[in-house]
Design a protein around this ligand. Structure first.
Ligand SMILES: Cc1cc2nc3c(=O)[nH]c(=O)nc-3n(C[C@H](O)[C@H](O)[C@H](O)COP(=O)(O)OP(=O)(O)OC[C@H]3O[C@@H](n4cnc5c(N)ncnc54)[C@H](O)[C@@H]3O)c2cc1C
Length: 462
């Protein structure tokens, strides 16, 4: 048994775990990071192939806080940071089989064919709503319907939810999945006035609004690689599956590689794992799995296609971030990111790259189809929506059977299990996309929170 009793174990080297480990090292702690895979980054996977840059998982990060900006700068990544091009601020939505630009301002909205006159009038009336205390949670669809009507649920909320959660607005919890909307209703009444106030507050605090979207010239994996490289040598253990924790102090952590079990001692343990891994974890004697309930959390399954074409194969100008498809349109794709428009360097000269997402909780049947069966469906959609002709000249696909946890109604059951587990085990800290928000910026904030919590209660012996 290795004795590292004055150091902290971080389990999981996705963005959450690596951020936590990096912060702990900055604060002077010794850390050991255990990662099942043979590379850092978790869901972040960037692959360069000649002039193509494929993002198998997430495509971009939102710069929602100064901590994100500082972290990127402190890692020396500013020279390779690529901010989304100005054209990417435009978005498209599908309505009645056609692509319509999403209005970027109230005056554009008035002239837009995206929403009926009735819904536009409801939007104006919504501005007059007074703050409303609400105790019981409700679905995002119910919240939005109450404020704006069904058409806005179908043609704004549902596609946004597809783009973020690949989920079902009728099942997602307003309180847990969109906490800022939940709070806005209590403080402002009107969600529209709440959003405007939030944007004003950001500008007053010196932040850009809307929040900038960025990646790196060699893809998002640059960030976890840099975080991993900044850790002291020998602190990252790849191919290490953590299976058992014996509460301390000192905590005893058992990990496996190639059928061989290793046990090490730590003062504290940070868990930055997906729900299924937390559910399997044995904590304490007797084989108890206190987080077993997390195994029941619904996850969206996704298949992501990265498709490259010669520019001449596409008639659409691709002048935007991409397009989203409302579920009521009953199509096979959830959305398309115009990858080579959003960021430079994604496709060779004279070519364009699209990232197409298929599946989600409303179409799990599609995410499980073999890519060879799915690609023709995708190509038919791209032909109809963007005027794409012929086969892609470059193609990659990635299946994500447990892509995104759904913060559905009743999610407090899972959050409660996590809190109870922490309370029962002093020195255990749990975070990541199962608890703190599913976006990369949430995961980064989660990593910082975990590190600060692990440092908070007492100064560890050096
Ligand atoms: C297709 C797709 C597209 C997305 N697009 C975006 C986007 O554009 N922007 C955005 O902000 N977010 C996006 N997301 C969401 C975002 O990628 C994730 O929420 C985030 O990466 C989760 O980070 P994490 O560190 O919490 O977890 P993970 O990245 O899942 O990391 C957890 C790590 O734990 C390891 N592990 C598991 N079990 C064990 C064990 N027993 N022992 C040791 N290690 C273990 C895993 O191998 C993994 O490396 C997307 C997600 C998907 C799937």
């Amino acid at each position: 048994m290795n004795n590292c009793s004055n150091s902290i174990a971080v389990v999981g080297a996705g963005l959450t775990g690596l951020t936590a480990a990096h912060r702990l090292v900055q604060l002077g702690r010794r850390v050991r990071v255990f990662e099942l895979a043979d590379r850092p980054g978790g869901m972040i996977r960037s692959e360069r192939d000649g002039g193509w840059l494929v993002e198998a998982g997430p495509n971009s990060l939102r710069e929602t806080s100064p901590e994100i900006t500082q972290l990127v700068t402190s890692l020396g990544l500013d020279p390779v940071k690529t901010v989304a091009r100005p054209e990417a601020k435009h978005r498209y939505l599908v309505r009645a089989g056609r692509l319509l630009a999403v209005p970027a301002s109230p005056s554009e909205l008035l002239g837009s064919k995206l929403l009926s006159f009735g819904t536009k009038a409801r939007l104006a009336a919504e501005l007059l709503r007074r703050p409303r205390p609400r105790v019981a949670d409700l679905s995002l669809a119910a919240l939005a319907r109450e404020h704006f009507g069904q058409e806005l649920v179908d043609y704004a909320v549902s596609p946004i939810v597809s783009g973020v959660y690949a989920g079902d607005p009728a099942k997602l919890s307003a309180r847990h999945a969109f906490p800022s909307l939940w709070t806005m209703e209590q403080t402002h009444g009107s969600l529209l006035r709440g959003q405007a106030a939030q944007a004003r507050a950001r500008r007053t605090a010196g932040h850009l609004s809307p929040t900038p979207v960025f990646a790196f010239s060699d893809g998002l994996a640059t960030l976890p690689r840099a975080l991993a490289a900044a850790l002291p040598g020998g602190s990252l253990e790849f191919g290490a599956e953590v299976a058992h924790l014996q509460p301390g102090p000192p905590w005893q952590l058992t990990w496996h590689r190639g059928g061989v079990a290793h046990t090490e001692e730590f003062e504290r343990v940070v868990l930055a794992l997906p729900a299924a891994a937390l559910a399997r974890l044995i904590i304490g004697p007797g084989g108890a799995r206190p987080l077993a309930a997390l195994g029941e959390i619904e996850h969206a399954s996704l298949t992501s296609f990265f498709l490259g074409y010669a520019r001449s194969q596409i008639t659409h100008p691709l002048d935007g971030f991409g397009l989203l498809v409302p579920a009521v349109e009953k199509r096979s794709v959830l959305g398309v990111i115009f990858s080579s428009t959003v960021f430079a360097g994604r496709a060779p000269a004279g070519h364009i790259a699209l990232t197409v997402l298929v599946g989600g909780t409303l179409r799990p049947d599609l995410a499980t189809l073999a890519p060879a069966a799915l690609l023709p469906l995708v190509q038919r959609e791209l032909a109809g929506l963007l005027g794409v002709e012929g086969d892609p000249v470059f193609e990659r696909h990635h299946a994500w059977p447990h892509a995104i946890p759904q913060y559905n109604l009743g999610y407090e059951r899972y959050l409660g299990a996590i809190t109870r587990c922490e309370q029962a085990c002093s020195g255990l800290f749990i975070g990541g996309h199962v608890r703190d928000g599913i976006g990369l910026s949430d995961c980064l904030a989660s990593g910082l929170r975990l590190a600060d919590m692990a440092m908070a209660d007492e100064i560890l012996p050096q």
